[in-house]
Design a protein around this ligand. Structure first.
Ligand code: PXP
Length: 263
């Protein structure tokens, strides 16, 4: 008998609503309005990355997003400035990510293995303040082991390589990357860590990730904000929610549900 899988949460990343707003320097489109619409359309939490260069999300956005009815997952780099802001603003969660000014987006996972001693006190300060902490890492056994030694609540597995293989219609690469992701999710869960995943996910790549029972949260942004241009944000979030839930349900009833892989 298959037991019911844990429910899966959908976190909507609103960074690129802010990218669009900042393109004209005003207040439209409003990030908080978009976050509220995402919540009304099925998001369980809101994710926003306060980058050191403030290229999209700004300090005032974080101060407002933290007041919404659903939890805020604030992504940030491991810096003294970000630690101070997090401790002052108290988001529900912090996801620690690597950051390089010249990158277009977060390009790889955090190299936890090379900075265990820096991360331990950083993570402890956040957790002592009641903030849940996740580390954004590549689905790599060495990084998972290092992450467990730092004692966060969760890891977020980087799905970028898996999604790129999907996008390139590289079937072998896609299967290899999916297997790596699933194995990493199992290893992290066995180490007592909650498992999240995200980066680059689309309607076409969500299914197998949502059907991995150890993964309990997905964070998705760019694709859904892009889709919103065609169908509206409410519909893009709702459609992703349906895809995730159907894939999750299919774990309990294998073979009964097919996932729409139109994109
Ligand atoms: N998770 C993390 C840690 C990220 O840095 C990002 C991108 O900001 C995402 C998830 C969402 O990725 P995407 O915008 O490609 O869906």
């Amino acid at each position: 008998m298959t037991s019911e899988p844990l429910p899966i949460r959908l976190g909507i990343n609103v960074d690129h609503v802010a990218t669009l707003r900042n393109a004209r320097g005003g207040s439209h489109p409003d990030v908080v309005r978009a976050a509220q619409l995402a919540i009304d359309s099925g998001a369980d939490n809101i994710t926003a990355h306060l980058r050191e260069d403030r290229r999209h999300i700004r300090d005032e956005d974080i101060a407002q997003l933290v007041q919404l009815s659903k939890p805020l997952n604030m992504e940030m780099a491991v810096t003294p400035e970000m630690l101070q802001i997090a401790l002052r603003t108290k988001p529900h969660a912090n996801c620690l990510v690597p950051e390089r000014r010249e990158e277009l987006t977060t390009e790889g996972g955090l190299d936890v293995a090379s900075q265990v001693e820096t991360l331990k006190p950083f993570v402890a300060k956040l957790r002592d303040a009641g903030i849940r902490v996740s580390l954004f890492i590549d689905p790599d056994p060495a990084q998972i082991e290092a992450a467990a030694s730092v004692d966060p609540d969760a890891v977020e597995l980087h799905t970028g390589t898996y999604c790129e293989a999907g996008l390139a219609k590289d079937q072998l690469g896609f299967e290899r990357e999916l297997a790596r992701l699933v194995k990493a999710a199992q290893t992290a869960a066995d180490a007592g860590l909650e498992v999240h995943a995200g980066h680059g996910l689309t309607y076409g790549t969500i299914g197998p990730v949502a059907a991995t029972p150890e993964i309990v949260e997905l964070n998705i942004g760019h694709f859904l904000v892009g889709e919103a241009i065609f169908v509206g944000l409410a519909e893009s979030v709702r459609h992703m929610r349906r895809q995730m839930d159907r894939a999750r349900q299919a774990i309990a009833t294998p073979g009964k549900v097919s996932v729409d892989e139109t994109l």
